[in-house]
Write a protein that binds this ligand. Structure first.
Ligand code: BGC
Length: 413
């Protein structure tokens, strides 16, 4: 209560409270995600605001973005939307997003946000979104009881991961929980690239888009291994959502999942302390590398002064520690605001926060390809399409896939 009243009064100074209504588009629809977004709604309502939820199911946000585009084309965009990474710049270039520099200056965002967060959110020197949390993408989640029961050790490299397949399958357990959705497959591939070929190759291929890396022998070898992982996935993996895959690890039908730490939100929501029975480790070979995904909320350029005031009020709320701490505890991420205390977070979040600081120091903090932080959405789409066709086509060779990857990525550039 005290926390909320402090929050309300500090905001009162800059924005008179009014019965403001916001319509917010997002794709936080799994149990854990809904639990996190409920925190925002509750704090917003405590300030006298009204919240109209515009939630579109689908991990990675592809469906949400399609729906948002049609709303924008119909000239009826929502007040605010979950837009992130390179898509922010794509929307900003169309002139559809509100320039938040006035708010940012008043609230000294430059001093409160890490540099890589500032640059992700800025278009030509202007903030175009409010950051809310930082996810680590390259994690391995594993069912500890199951590993102990079968006398197995969680894998620290990809050979070890593949070697787990025979004993797990013999015990009737799916080694790797994943759905056959291009976005989930790209997350798996990203962890594999970072773990096997390292940060330098990743940077050259997926950030710099160096043509000769895209069908290099290294890429062919990565694709070969990627295809071999097909033997580890659930028998019915078509249509399996990322959170259904997490549930398989939780109840022991599957041993592992490679997924960003929004998976942790599912654990918290189910009352399971992250890091205990469901353990978190850097994805195999990914020690010291932090692949990041920054969640952010963009505001649309709207003429209505009441809506503009509501946007400012919402932006300010999202930038408070009082919001970011409980939101990120539930979401599985860590706050985007720099320097917040991590003691009240679970052990995986504390690990993430330390890994981020270390990776930043070592130059191993990398934008996630799968999460649209590393390339344009067009290049990402090209990569995901090639990967998902390849994964599902038993006749396509890794060499063929690498040529397709090169062609498709360069054409989409
Ligand atoms: C978003 C996360 C979300 C995840 C699964 C990612 O693209 O950044 O906030 O939890 O998709 O829906």
């Amino acid at each position: 209560m005290r926390r909320l009243s402090l929050l309300c009064c500090s905001l009162l100074l800059s924005y008179p409270l009014q019965a403001t209504q916001v319509e917010v588009m997002h794709w936080w629809t799994s149990g854990g995600e809904a639990n996190a977004v409920a925190e925002i709604k509750q704090q917003w309502r405590a300030q006298g605001g009204q919240w109209q939820d515009f939630a579109v199911t689908g991990g990675g946000g592809k469906s949400a973005m399609a729906v948002l585009r049609s709303r924008a084309l119909a000239a009826t965009p929502p007040t605010a939307a979950q837009i992130k990474g390179s898509e922010l710049l794509e929307w900003a270039r169309l002139g559809l997003l509100r320039d938040l520099n006035d708010l940012a200056q008043n609230q000294r965002w430059d001093l409160r946000l890490p540099g890589f967060v500032r640059s992700t959110l800025s278009h030509q020197g202007h903030y175009v979104a409010v950051p809310i949390g930082i996810h680590r993408v390259n994690w391995l989640w594993f069912n500890r009881d199951l590993f102990t029961r079968l006398g197995l050790v969680p894998p620290r490299n990809w050979d070890a991961l593949q070697a787990l397949a025979p004993p797990l399958l013999a015990a009737g357990i799916t080694p790797l929980a994943i759905g056959n959705d291009p976005w989930q497959l790209t997350i798996l591939f990203e962890a594999l690239v970072l773990g096997e070929a390292g940060h330098d190759f990743y940077r050259r291929a997926f950030i710099n888009l160096e043509a000769d890396q895209l069908d290099s022998p290294t890429m062919v070898a990565l694709l070969q291994r990627f295809k071999a992982l097909r033997a580890l996935v659930p028998q019915r993996f078509a249509g399996l959502s990322w959170n259904q895959a997490t549930a398989m690890v939780v109840d022991g039908r599957a041993a592992m999942q490679l997924m960003g730490d929004w998976a942790k939100g599912e654990l918290t929501q189910a009352g399971l302390p992250p890091g205990s029975n469901i353990g978190c480790l850097p994805a195999p070979g990914n020690d010291g590398i932090f692949s990041y995904n920054i969640d952010s909320i963009a505001m649309f350029s709207l003429r209505d002064p009441a809506q503009q005031a509501a946007q400012a009020q919402l932006a300010n709320l999202l930038m408070t520690p009082e919001l970011q701490i409980p939101f990120n505890q539930k979401k599985g991420s860590i706050p985007a605001l720099a320097g917040l205390p991590m003691e009240q977070f679970d052990s995986c979040a504390r690990q993430a926060s330390q890994a981020l600081a270390q990776a930043q120091q070592d130059g191993h903090l990398l934008p996630s390809l799968a999460e649209g932080m590393a390339t344009s959405s067009y290049v990402l789409q090209a990569v995901s399409d090639v990967l998902s066709h390849f994964f599902n086509d038993p006749n396509q060779t890794a060499e063929q896939a690498s040529h397709r990857l090169r062609r498709a990525m360069l054409a989409a550039r």
